[in-house]
Design a protein around this ligand. Structure first.
Ligand code: GAR
Length: 203
């Protein structure tokens, strides 16, 4: 895959790990950025000798200055594709606009159902029978951009947040590397809200 990928992660970074472990995507990851200096995600990057940078809004005089600082870091590293993997800050327009149709996010629900910070808990509390995983392109609204991949997960009667989230994460770790490959190989064609996967009939 002939692109340079940055992964932005705030937490554990299990999705980052799945991306690092993918034989096609892993070697393309040139940079990992976290807003939390102690994020496990940064350790996972360093363990693979991938450049790992902590960048916190507290280090800047405003959110706009932080966004510009983040964009500088991405541009200096020659990044083509940005993947949000549990990155819990909302990116400002200056960053989002710099990567049109080249920034992905993964979210543990079938968007537009259950956006926000607690999608697994919210799906259970709502009594939903089905939830899942969404990979989407990032636009200037939160949990909103065109959908690239989705996969459903049935909610079983005995599920709690942990058991349901375990099944959701298994799917995340499988489909996020796939989405990265599709984007990195130029196989996504965006038409309004529709994303066509080139080479797949009927999409
Ligand atoms: C993932 O489940 C991802 O879908 C979610 O954060 C988790 C990060 O896990 N993202 C969102 O909720 C974005 N709105 P990880 O650190 O183990 O990859």
């Amino acid at each position: 895959m002939d692109v340079r990928v940055a992964v932005l992660a705030s937490g554990t970074g299990s999705n980052l790990q799945a991306l690092l472990d993918d034989p096609t995507v892993g070697p393309a990851i040139a940079l990992v950025v976290s807003d939390r200096p102690k994020a496990v995600a940064l350790e996972r990057a360093r363990a693979r000798e991938v450049n790992a940078v902590a960048l916190t809004p507290a280090g800047y005089e405003s959110r706009e200055a932080f966004d510009r600082g983040l964009l500088d870091v991405l541009e200096e590293a020659g990044i083509d594709v940005v993947m949000l993997a549990g990155y819990m800050l909302i990116l400002g327009p200056v960053v989002v606009r710099a990567f049109p149709d080249r920034m992905l996010n993964i979210h543990p629900s079938l968007l537009p159902a259950f956006p926000g910070a607690h999608p697994v808990r919210d799906a259970l509390a709502w009594g939903a029978r089905v939830t899942g995983v969404t990979v989407h392109l990032v636009d200037e609204e939160v949990d909103h951009g065109p959908i690239v991949l989705q996969e459903a997960v049935a909610i079983e009667p005995g599920d709690d947040e942990d058991s349901l989230y375990r099944r959701i994460q298994e799917i995340e770790h499988r489909i996020y590397p796939r989405a990265a490959r599709l984007l990195g190989e130029g196989r996504l064609k965006v038409e309004g809200r529709r994303v066509h996967v080139l080479g797949e009939e009927g999409r």
